[in-house]
Design a protein around this ligand. Structure first.
Ligand code: ADP
Ligand code: NG1
Ligand code: MG
Length: 421
């Protein structure tokens, strides 16, 4: 029997089976049972892309896919880290407290998976008083979020490591504080992200998308139209955000744009002139078009939420308007923010041709998943039609395992601790 603390839902049969497998790996590696498990979900962002790090609100929901961690204390001064999936090599760190002072961003080809876990442990050790920290930790990880694809597997891993460490130290933190510490902790990997992923990981609620606001962090329910169904589909182009500077360059461009506006008390039109000069000199920064995306995307998030709240609008008009906003968001990410990929653009087009009200890339981009909006009546036909139009039509993609490539999704519960009793 498993008892869940921290969130309200009980583990269903599928989750129970996974927890039993995790527990048995734990026992065979460490000859003891785990003290408890942690579950942290991935997320899909409905709208509001690349604006969280500028402080604007976003609208994600937590998904079913997650990272699970089993943990207990160790009598040795160490962190032992096992991954059930053997594509992720096991790792051992001698000296648990030394993790607090580790540099984790020194890599040229993209970080090893264990560094994301260390980010979470480091974040926890920075806030937990010394006397709460045990000698060592034994951990086993198992996740099923498609990685490097915009569903936030990295933040689920960092947040799961943080939550597991905080809870085993019996240290009390609010979900909001946990999300804030986790967002800072993930920057240790080298990417200067906003706080969307960690916020929804901790504040997600089953049955409702969330409007996440920053400074201060808070989350409000967004009731989606009853008949709306969201489908997410993988372009099958992977992109690890920490393996190149695409993401950080966008963050930098936004910071420059914001600073120039502030310093010069300038308007967007004036910024056009400045950005043209910068562009001419450096051939690198495109401040005007990045800023334009940010302002317009922030407005689209506000409209999306307003439309969801219009109870007396008929549902098909509501779905059409939400779909239009999503497609406009995609066009902006493609043309202004330049973070799409030709294969994603094709997938968005095929999704709309297959009957979706709208579709867009989700997450950081340059690869990864697309999210499309359809209805409960149409969803099965829509998915079959998209499979034919996009995957079966392409020799390279034809033999894909579709279980983790194209699926319906609905808002699920945020992070939780599951006790074994
Ligand atoms: P995402 O959009 O999925 O967050 P990122 O580029 O931010 O993609 O980071 C993904 C990285 O997180 C992977 O390359 C891997 O190192 C790590 N990761 C994701 N899932 C797992 C897992 N189940 N086990 C171990 N590491 C994982
Ligand atoms: P992904 O790559 O999808 O996990 C990243 C950032 C978000 C946000 C989105 C784009 C991190 C941890 N995540 O998400 O904060 O900026 O890109 O909207 O940096
Ligand atoms: Mg990520």
């Amino acid at each position: 029997m498993l008892k869940v603390q921290y969130d309200t839902h009980k583990p269903d049969k599928k989750l129970n089976n996974r927890l039993n497998i995790l527990a048995s790996h734990f026992r065979s590696n460490f000859r003891q049972t785990p003290s408890f498990f942690v579950r942290v979900p991935g997320r899909v962002n409905l709208i509001g892309e690349h604006i969280d790090y500028c402080g604007y609100s976003v609208c994600p929901m937590a998904i079913e896919h997650d990272i699970l961690v089993a943990i207990s204390k160790s009598d040795e001064d160490e962190l032992q880290l096992i991954n059930i999936d053997d594509k992720y090599p096991n790792y051992e760190h001698k000296g648990l407290r030394k993790i607090k002072n580790l540099r984790l961003d020194e890599n040229h080809t993209g970080p090893s998976w264990h560094k994301y876990f260390l980010c979470g442990v480091k974040g926890a050790l920075e806030v937990i008083p010394e006397e709460h920290i045990p000698k060592g930790l034994l951990t086993v990880v198992w996740g099923n979020i498609p990685p490097n694809a915009g569903l936030s597997s990295s933040s689920a891993l960092v947040s799961a490591a943080l939550l597991a460490t905080v809870h085993i130290c019996q240290y009390k933190m609010s979900k909001e504080d946990m999300a804030t510490v986790s967002a800072k902790a993930e920057t240790y990997i080298g990417t200067q992200g906003g706080g969307m992923d960690q916020a929804i990981a901790f504040l997600g609620k089953a049955g409702s998308a969330k409007l996440i606001k920053f400074n201060p962090l808070c989350a409000f329910d967004v009731a989606l139209p009853k008949n709306a169904v969201f489908v997410i589909a993988h372009s099958l182009v992977d992109h690890n955000k920490a393996s190149n500077s695409y993401f950080n360059t966008r963050v930098l461009e936004c910071r420059f744009a914001a600073q120039i506006c502030q310093i010069l008390e300038t308007s967007l039109d004036e910024l056009k002139v400045i950005s043209n000069v910068l562009h001419y000199r450096t051939q690198k920064f495109k401040l005007k078009q990045r800023a334009l995306h940010v302002f317009q995307e922030a407005a689209r998030v506000a409209m999306f939420q307003e439309i969801c709240e219009l109870e007396d609008m008929d549902e098909s008009t509501q779905l059409c308007q939400l779909g239009n906003l999503m497609t406009k968001s995609h066009q902006s990410l493609k043309n202004l923010y330049e973070c799409s990929h030709p294969r994603i653009d094709t997938l968005v087009t095929k999704a709309i041709e297959s009957g979706a009200f709208g579709a867009r890339l989700t997450g950081a981009g340059w690869g990864g998943f697309v999210i499309a909006i359809t209805t409960a009546e149409k969803v099965n036909d829509f998915m079959e039609s998209l499979k034919s139009a996009f995957y079966y039509n392409n020799e390279e993609l034809r033999n894909t395992d579709f279980s983790n490539t194209i699926f319906k999704t609905e808002p699920k519960e945020g992070a939780g601790i599951i006790m074994s009793s």
